[in-house]
Design a protein around this ligand. Structure first.
Ligand SMILES: [Zn+2]
Length: 100
């Protein structure tokens, strides 16, 4: 196992890269007026119906953002194919059955 080799970002990642801002609570910290003071980039994702965050090191922000976009594109393509398949099946079956 290679030691300390930075892991490559996977080509597809579910989630959204967002700027996470917080206030530390110290009364004379600059975050009182500057809400970007403790800003960090995080990957926001849901797991078991809960929203979770994981901090991203600076060099991973762009690759992870691209990977999440790739996931959204792939998901949209899959939805299109599924919808087209459904439409085709419905036309083969001569439309949804109607009551009465
Ligand atoms: Zn602060």
């Amino acid at each position: 196992m290679p030691a300390r080799k930075p892991a490559r970002v996977p080509p597809m990642v579910r989630g959204t890269v967002i700027a996470h801002r917080r206030r530390c609570g110290k009364p004379n910290c600059r975050c009182v007026s500057d809400e970007a003071a403790h800003q960090s980039m995080v990957l926001c994702y849901s797991e078991a119906s809960r929203t979770k965050f994981v901090m991203l090191p600076a060099e991973k922000v762009e690759p992870v953002r691209r990977a999440t976009e790739e996931f959204r594109r792939a998901k949209a393509r899959l939805m299109e194919q599924g919808n087209a398949g459904l439409a085709e099946l419905l036309s083969q079956l001569k439309g949804p059955t109607q009551a009465g």
